[in-house]
Design a protein around this ligand. Structure first.
Ligand code: HEC
Length: 170
């Protein structure tokens, strides 16, 4: 536990996605991206991924880590879904898709991300209910992935209009 905190406090907190030319860099990091920042070396990463904790327990463990409240909640929900898991030599490379990954990969082919996703205010259950309609039920996401997606989306959306680049507001 103390090792976690040490690792967490040494982390540079700038979002990896912002400023590297990614047109979706404005979309908040999901658990995968935050994990890589919160646990900087593979030993700390393997130790974290071996833990069995609820989202509430992860939130408590991440308190004071230097993450924003929202980032900590996002990471806590993600870890509660994916851990414990036996991590390999490069734990970050093996992490499953997070909510951000899924939104970018699965939610833009039929309508814009802006109208169908970024501006939507829903709680976890509201996001899960999106998958009830036949056209959404067919999206290739497992039940576990839908849960990760629903938590990420409930915590991080809606975005503010001024956070979205003008060319994506359609
Ligand atoms: C296979 C096509 C398709 C994909 C992929 C798709 N949608 Fe949709 N979505 C639709 C259609 C069709 C509608 C209905 C549009 C309308 O009512 O005009 C819709 C409407 C919506 C709505 C508003 C209507 C409602 O249910 O309240 C939301 C929210 C939404 N989609 C979210 C998502 C999310 C989140 C994803 C990714 C997980 C996604 N969509 C991916 C086809 C798709």
């Amino acid at each position: 536990m103390r090792r976690f905190m040490m690792a967490l406090m040494l982390v540079p907190l700038a979002s990896a996605a912002v400023g590297n030319g990614d047109p979706f860099g404005f979309l908040p990091d999901g658990g995968r991206g935050i994990f890589a920042r919160a646990f900087p070396d593979s030993r700390a990463q393997q130790a974290a991924l071996a833990e069995t904790r609820s989202a509430a327990e992860w939130s408590a463990a991440l308190a004071g880590s230097g993450l924003t409240e929202r980032e900590a909640a996002t990471l806590a929900a993600y870890l509660a879904h994916i851990a414990p898991v036996q991590a390999g030599l490069d734990p970050v490379a093996d992490l499953p898709r997070d909510g951000r990954d899924m939104a970018l990969a699965q939610c833009q082919s039929c309508h814009s991300l802006f109208s169908g996703y970024l501006m939507q205010r829903r709680d976890r259950q509201g996001w899960l209910s999106v998958f009830a309609s036949p056209f959404h039920a067919a999206i290739p996401m497992t039940e576990g992935e839908r849960a990760i997606f629903a938590d990420y989306s409930a915590i991080n959306l809606p975005m503010r209009l001024d956070e979205v680049p003008p060319e994506l507001r359609f």
